[in-house]
Write a protein that binds this ligand. Structure first.
Ligand code: AMP
Ligand code: ZN
Length: 137
């Protein structure tokens, strides 16, 4: 637990949240400033800052939990779609530096905008960047 971390405090039940589920490792809550009604966050209880600190086993458990929560959301909210989102670093929109997965229910005409301008990349550029990353995996 990291001193002063809001999601550590929420995950450990020190700060209030609308909790949908909790076990030894995770807490599932409603986002207090949601993109839509029923916007869910999945938090590990351990202070993990971002994807770079997340081990593969915990990542697997988080996503397994997300599949269950997503189906519950679809059932209750009757959402037509759902975005799974996870931000790393301020430039990517991370405002709370304790790893969390967003589950955002989506509806026609909900005015939520998760989009980007498409870049023009040559086949050569695709090949070069692809090979560079591939070598590191
Ligand atoms: P991110 O921008 O990916 O770091 O997301 C942080 C999320 O935490 C935002 O969607 C906020 O609305 C949400 N948030 C901030 N404070 C609280 C809180 N006290 N309880 C629940 N959600 C919160
Ligand atoms: Zn934390």
């Amino acid at each position: 637990m990291k001193q002063g971390c809001i999601f550590c405090n929420i995950a450990h039940g020190i700060m209030e949240s609308v909790t949908l589920f909790e076990n030894l490792e995770f807490r599932v809550i409603l986002d207090k400033f949601p993109a839509a009604k029923g916007h869910v966050l999945i938090l590990p209880k351990e202070h993990i800052e971002d994807i770079y600190e997340l081990d593969a086993e915990t990542a697997g458990k988080i996503f397994a939990l997300a599949t269950i929560v997503a189906k519950a959301m679809r059932e209750v909210l009757a959402c037509e779609g759902l975005n799974v989102l996870q931000n790393n670093g301020e430039v990517a929109g991370q405002t709370v530096h304790h790893f969390h997965l967003h589950l955002i229910p989506r509806f026609e005409q909900d005015h939520i905008n998760i989009s980007w301008p498409i870049q023009e990349l040559s086949d050569d550029d695709l090949e070069t960047i692809g090979q560079a990353i591939s070598k590191q995996i």
